[in-house]
Design a protein around this ligand. Sequence first.
Ligand code: FNR
Length: 406
Amino acid sequence: MSRGGTPNQTAYGVRNDVPANLRSLLSLADFELAARKILPRPLFGYIAGAAEDGSSHAANRAAFERLKFHPRVLVDVSRRSQAVTIFGKTYASPFGIAPIGISAISAYRGDVVLAMAAKEENIPAIMSGSSLIPMETVRSAAPDTWFQAYLPGDTARIDALIDRVKIAGFSTLVLTVDIPVWANRENNVRTGFSLPLRPSLRLAIDGISRPKWLAGTFLRTLMNHGMPHFENSFATRGAPMLSATAIRDTTGRDHLSWVDIERIRRRWSGNLVIKGILHVDDAKRATSIGADGIIVSNHGGRQLDGAVEPLSVLPQISEAIGHKIVVMMDSGIRRGGDVLKALALGAHFVFVGRPFMYAAAVGGAPGVRHAISLLRDEVDRDMAMLGTSSVAQLRGTVIGSRAGGE
Ligand code: FNR
């Protein structure tokens, strides 16, 4: 859906349909600065943080910066469109909202806000399984939302969870497979962040120092919905979000293998997406067991520090399986130009994580819609300046060194 030439977009300046409190936010990066002022330190740190030294996190951005566009001029791009069809649905833009855990503690009704904003803007949102609002509530607010699961460690509970997702009516199930064990996120220990959060003087001071979040998100949630619990890790309700004693049931997952995915494939008849693939052989394996799509991802640099950046392995993976299943990617996308670079290297679709969470924290659903529309405008503008009218024409529009020596 092209917005090129819309009367709302001035040559230089702010669109006049943006709520006044969001007008100073001109790029996704601006949302991060604004969220830092609103969220308590441990929560902001949880969202912004990465594993260990943050090398994969930094590499995700560097990979985009290494690539350069090779534009063509004097091409008629007046009828350009960034619409993309995947899994039988046409979305207005080639990007969606990645799953973000515990979003309802960072933004009031976070999962619903993200899903509703995505619905309004006609892009997909993936609801996290590490979430604090029952999946059924989110699905009835925004029926096209995808559901992401972290697999419980035993077959009975995996099956019960899959059956619950099916009964709730989701049509796309995303299995995140890059967490055989918990990552080492030292920043969380340093800021006093844990799951569940442990009440402490320090946490209270952190909360009180962010009155907008305290009143508008935390106390409002307690008043209207009670203490948030992990609602969707299993078929049944899990631990509360804030507790001195509760222990989150996180049964070991390190024994899970492709055999489990094959079994789930037989049980789940909807679209099956495997998230967290970085190796071409794993991409081929996902294809051969009948997955409908994969998300090439290093979890935004939050799992294995030093893991390769998805953008660098995307061309090889896309070449191997891109004609068979839907190849998606995430990690490090912050600009419309980044979206286009990933599509030019073979992704059919991309997802964005942290910035949309910041947008929900800063401005609720209007904030997320504003962030979507900023990114959409960037995609549109860059397509025009590249001389492309559709995402199918993007191949070959970027040049530059990729990791791996090209
Ligand atoms: C995540 N991510 C994530 N992934 C997933 O499959 N399930 C989850 O519950 C979460 N939770 C989560 C929380 C937070 C705070 C962040 C920042 C990320 C990973 C996410 O889906 C995605 O892979 C990355 O965020 C993409 O990288 P960028 O766009 O944040 O750089």
